[in-house]
Design a protein around this ligand. Structure first.
Ligand code: 4AD
Ligand code: MG
Length: 429
């Protein structure tokens, strides 16, 4: 007889049947001849009732002694019971403690620092388990969408000879006695790959030496990026709208339990359908001024400005046509002052989740811009080559997975969208 997932028992599929369950002790309490032990597996939590007279003597003894987070294998009969959390309980016939736990270092109401020091254990918590499940679903639905829309998944490098997003957030390291950098974005490599595959996407870690402590920046995050040949700025935004809408529809349908755990009403995700509003940076400046911000044309949005722009909207919104001064070298110009680019801001004040643009295809313009920004041309020769051998109109975007999870799961801090967060003051564990 195999093992049954707790979720399936709670779904009512096994009433009055004998099942085997294995997992970890979540809560435990006993009185005399009766023990109540809740067991969690990856799918759910169920109460196990152990009556001394129904199990072998050694089982009862080890069950009542076992501390929380001990692992256990149980055989029992499923019984419907209104008093049990989840509506079903397991009446044990045997209870084997397979791995005893020491006193668990995490109890209720711990400091954030202690939880982070014990992250390898805290990832067992319901908060993190549910966030990881939503992330796994998000990845599944993104992959699904790209497969259905003729994109090839590719595997760009994460060790690079140069910056993509500017030098200030670059991690440098010694690469066999040369300088190399951890990738900030796969974009430049994806741009090279469209000449082979036309529509490509990748999922890689991206690294940003973010010097500031914020609730939405990680030093290492998972970056989902796409690049599309023959596609302009407007079509690029349409692709983003469709992708975001697809994952929201799927999550609302397939992942209700996890969303509800985070108090995310699935219905709010069902409403996320194209088109998303487009607001030019210039108009966004006006909106901010009207809201009392001391913000002028040419400045970049900080957390507060972004939140103000997206706090009372229900669908994501594109802020387009940023001034050249606040964006990287590779974007195509819309006019003398601005680029054909867009940041997608999530609703409810969560801020930027995607950055994208049409790319500059003109060799001379790129060279000029790179010189203005004192970039080392030698490092980018290969990239400039792309404009020499069959340059085509193309666009792309990058989506921060943890940023989206933070919005979807209403997380206070982005670090809870990743199991082992890397931030300015933490690389352990
Ligand atoms: O806006 P960014 O810097 O754009 C790029 O890297 C482009 N080269 C992407 C492309 O066009 N292929 O980063 C893209 C997204 C942001 O919108 C944000 O969601 C996320 O990456 N991001 C971060 N997420 C977590 N921690 C950080 N420090 C992040 N920096 C950016
Ligand atoms: Mg950005």
């Amino acid at each position: 007889m195999g093992f049954t997932a707790i979720k399936n028992i709670l779904a009512g599929k096994y009433e009055n049947q004998e099942v085997n369950v294995r997992g970890w002790i979540y809560r435990t309490r006993s009185s005399g001849k009766l023990a109540f032990i809740t067991i969690r597996d990856s799918s759910g939590i169920i109460q196990v009732t152990i009556a001394k007279e129904n199990v072998p003597a050694k089982d009862f003894e080890s069950a009542t002694k076992a501390l929380i987070e001990s692992s256990a294998a149980v055989k029992g009969v499923v019984a419907k019971d209104k008093r049990a959390p989840g509506g079903y309980e397991l009446r044990a016939k045997s209870f084997e403690v397979t791995g005893n736990a020491d006193v668990f270092p995490i109890t209720e109401h711990q400091s954030e620092e202690l939880l982070l020091d014990n992250r390898h254990l805290w990832i067992r918590s319901r908060e993190l388990v549910n966030a990881m499940k939503v992330k796994a679903s998000l990845l599944k639905y993104c992959r699904e969408w790209f497969n259905e829309n003729n994109f090839y998944e590719v595997t760009p490098p994460t060790i690079t000879p140069s910056a993509c997003e500017g030098g200030t957030t670059l991690f440098e390291f010694n690469y066999f006695d040369k300088k190399a950098y951890l990738s900030q974005s796969a974009q430049l490599y994806l741009e090279a790959l469209i000449y082979s595959l036309e529509r490509v996407w990748s999922l890689t870690p991206s690294f940003r030496a973010e010097k500031s402590k914020t609730r939405r920046h990680l030093a290492e995050y998972w970056h989902l990026e796409a690049e599309e040949a023959w596609v302009n700025h407007e079509e690029n935004m349409k692709i983003q709208e469709k992708l975001i809408s697809h994952v929201c529809q799927k999550l609302a349908k397939e992942d209700k339990d996890e969303l509800v755990f985070f108090k995310r009403e699935p219905g709010t995700l069902k409403n996320i359908e194209p088109p998303f509003e487009r607001i030019k940076y210039e108009s966004a400046v006006k909106i901010l001024k009207d809201k009392g911000f001391n913000f002028n044309y040419g400045m970049d949005f900080g957390t507060k400005e972004e939140s103000a722009l997206c706090s009372d909207i229900e669908k994501p919104v594109f802020i387009t046509n940023f001034p050249k001064t606040v964006k990287p070298f590779y974007m195509k110009e819309a006019d003398e002052k601005t680029y054909l680019c867009a940041d997608l801001l999530a609703p409810e004040g969560y801020g930027e989740i995607i950055g994208g643009s049409e790319r500059e295809t003109d060799y001379n313009k790129l060279v000029e811009r790179m010189k203005e920004q004192n970039m080392n041309m030698k490092d980018y020769e290969w990239y400039l080559d792309l404009r020499k051998y069959g340059s085509v109109q193309h666009s792309g975007f990058g989506l921060g997975l943890e940023r989206i999870i933070r919005w979807l799961c209403k997380l206070e801090h982005i670090r809870d969208a990743v199991p082992f967060p890397r931030t300015i003051n933490r690389v352990y564990p």
